[in-house]
Ligand binder design. Structure first.
Ligand code: KG4
Ligand code: ZN
Length: 337
């Protein structure tokens, strides 16, 4: 089955054609980073207007690069939640119109499930496993039982991991978006310059949860309290020590999730899965099989949407024309818009 995947939940306008959830014929990602850069963050109104202008060209290019026309497409998958509602609506309505006009089945997809599914496009992965989703909007650790069945073990109780990277880079004026900038700066810094504490959330119901608000405050307002003797507070040292604290927090929780669930396969996804220190730390885990998507499939992209959409469509799931965009996810279990 040739599936056209459409993704417009935030500031990337993307469309891809993927065969049987595996073979990526095209994956066009048009990023709005330069447009939002002056504001050091995504401006929702500008994002949705830009999607309106770009979506037709992005979808057309994805079909052209795949060597297809709409006649060759067997199904359309579109991100319907969660995300910026104005941005989501552009993709949802475009997909709906295409599906209606060309009489092609279509299905609304959950962005979180799509990120986790990204690695499946490139690798053959057996369920169940521990998923680590780390993006600008979400951070969660879950047992994935199937492509549409997730049991959430832990989430962030405040900021998402990528959000913490972005906010710290914004505060220090290092640039936007902060994740990739901090990752690069960290390579020239010393992780031992600051010893930022792990949040004390381990007990009771917070066994697998993370929190970034305390770490963010420490990095922004309490640097001197955590600075080790003999180290300078250079931007590179701050970046390296923060990155280590932010990622080590995740690794500790994921290791615990594996131990407690008896699962020894980890699949990661989301924009922060592009982080070099996270990739290295996961790869170094002992007695664990780890799947990390290639860089192109970490951030928002249509291929992961098409990859997941294939399974829903193959199993006969369809959305009807009443499908709406939702900014938030209400329940994590058996999520299917
Ligand atoms: O998945 P994504 O493209 O969009 C959301 O669904 O949120 O993730 C974007 C997030 C941003 O916060 C960005 O700063 C972060 O991913 N990011 C990174 C890296 N590349 C992107 N964070 C840390 N290190 C990176 N190399
Ligand atoms: Zn995303």
């Amino acid at each position: 089955m040739n599936i056209l995947g459409i993704e417009s939940s935030c500031d990337e306008c993307s469309a891809a054609v993927v065969v049987d959830g595996k073979k990526v014929l095209s994956n066009v990602v048009a990023t709005q980073i330069a447009i939002h850069q002056p504001f050091m963050g995504v401006v929702p109104e500008i994002a949705s207007r830009t999607h309106v202008e770009w979506i037709k060209g992005v979808v057309r290019t994805s079909l052209e690069e795949a060597g297809c026309t709409l006649k060759d497409i067997d199904g359309i998958a579109v991100t319907a939640k969660p995300g910026l509602v104005g941005s989501l609506l552009v993709g949802v309505n475009y997909a709906k119109s295409l599906a209606y006009a060309a009489d092609i089945p279509y299905v609304g997809i959950d962005h979180i499930f799509a990120h986790i599914h990204a690695a499946h496009v490139e690798y053959d992965i057996q369920y169940p496993y521990i998923a680590l989703l780390v993006s600008g909007g979400h951070t969660l650790i879950a047992v994935m039982e199937d492509y549409d069945k997730m049991n959430v073990m832990g989430t962030t109780i405040d900021d998402a991991c990528g959000e913490a990277f972005d906010k710290i880079a914004k505060f220090y004026g290092w640039g936007y978006p902060g994740g990739i900038i901090i990752d690069r700066m960290a390579q020239k810094g010393d992780v031992n310059a600051f010893s930022f504490p792990d949040p004390s959330l381990h007990k009771g119901e917070h066994k697998y949860d993370v929190s970034y608000s305390g770490l963010k405050t420490a990095v922004i307002n309490q640097l001197h309290q955590f600075q080790n003797d003999g180290y300078e507070a250079t931007p590179e040292n701050i970046a390296a020590s923060f990155q280590k604290a932010a990622i080590d927090m995740l690794i500790r929780r994921v290791k615990k999730a594996c131990r407690d669930s008896g699962l020894n396969t980890i699949v990661t996804g989301g924009g922060v899965a592009a982080n070099s220190y996270l990739r290295k730390s996961l790869t170094e885990l002992k007695d664990t099989t780890v799947y990390i998507p290639s860089m192109k499939l970490c951030g928002d992209n249509g291929a992961m949407v098409a990859g997941l959409g294939y399974h829903f469509l193959k199993d006969g799931m369809r959305s009807d024309l009443s499908l709406n965009a939702m900014s938030k996810v209400m329940a994590f279990h058996r999520s299917y818009p």
